[in-house]
Design a protein around this ligand. Sequence first.
Ligand SMILES: Cc1ncc(COP(=O)(O)O)c(C=O)c1O
Length: 464
Amino acid sequence: MANLDAPDLVLQPVSVTRKMSASLPRLRDLAQSKGLKIHHLGAGYPHPEVTDPRGFLEHQAAYFAHLENQEGLNDPTVLPEYLRESFSYTDTLGPVTTRQTFANVYGRDWGVNIDIDKLIPTVGATGGINLMCSLAERPGKPVAYITDAPTYAGFTARVSLCQHATIFSVDMDSEGALPEQFRAQIRAARQQGYFVPFYYTVPDGHNPAGFSFSQRRREALLEVAQEEGILIVEDAPYLYINFADPADRPLPFFAMAPEQTVHLFTGSKIGFPGPRVGFLYSQAELAIADGEVVPLAEMALTEASSDMLFQNPSALRGFEALLHDADFNEITSMWVLAENKLGVYRENRKILLRVFDEMLAPHPDHFSWTIPEAGFFSVFTFLQQGITTDDQLIEQLVAEHGVVAIPMYDFYPQDAKQRNPQAGLDQLRISFCFSESTGDARRRDMQEAVRAFCTAALQINGLA
Ligand SMILES: Cc1ncc(COP(=O)(O)O)c(C=O)c1O
């Protein structure tokens, strides 16, 4: 007998990435019982080599001491203002100094004049996704979100929490989502009576698709969004985890059209995931009830204030420290921070692509893979019929080769699977961001991991 009758609640299925991490200890034991080393090509976590917080904590302490000095307090019994603020109830918008510093640095990088009153602190990009979905779902009417096929698992997971929300997905080619299908899906959803608030995408270092949208494709998608009157929610965790030449980097949507875009910034990849720092920024305006036109940021702020009241002010102040150099001057650009991380990811990516080239390029009829210009992932495709990248193949990879990779099929929204029941069943997401080792051992482990994967791929194809 239950303590509560809740017949309308539905237990949501667990995502494939969570399923993988839950089954990892069992698979690890299985592999180790056969004397196999575990090769991490599955996890999408920032590398431990670039997320050791000790240097940051020292810098943060020095920055806080600097703030205290600036306050000019000579009486040690008086509580410094920055410290009081860090541990108190505060505004939903968070400390003004953090927003101002972020607006200066980020605005300079992307040529956008960021209005700090429209910069809403979020609990990482995840909090930004949640905020936008809550806002759209609030009226209680059927909502359809447009997104890519495949799309980020955290987005589909959030959408699945709302029983009157659904996804209309858009297939992709090597340049990004298909503009005409994008338009057709918006129209089809509207025709079926859905409110279509936005298109959610990850144009730079797409997770899980493993590539960045071309500049030309971004322009075409933006044109459709403008003509059809929907917003683009741009999730940008990998904007700075970027391997392209500066001259070849496409522009984020918010730099092209801040009034059509909701930009989700996160500190998770450029800084640390733990403090959960993020910002939602948009210059969009919404036509709401009674013909009123209001800034989206104002709606998001009201939503945020009842949802989380305020983001951790101490974490925001810590992020502010990160935006200052050793002499406590505001950094000129976020690319300075990115460089601290990029060394490791550049090397790992290079190893991945080199070993793929060495071992698999001689079989172009059997294998292909994306060349990631940003982010943590490459998508690997088995081109021969008869190979299915289902849970059984994933188990086989671990049990026989010690290789952990993520199957792609679960990243395809339901409607994409209806269009093509085989969607993603020939693909794996290979990540090059994570291993347990550092330095030379990391390089060695990465090379061994990719070699083990390639050996497995060759064997599966009968080419070994
Ligand atoms: C596309 C995408 N969005 C959001 C997130 C989660 O970011 P956050 O830690 O900022 O919530 C991730 C993390 O892997 C991601 O890949």
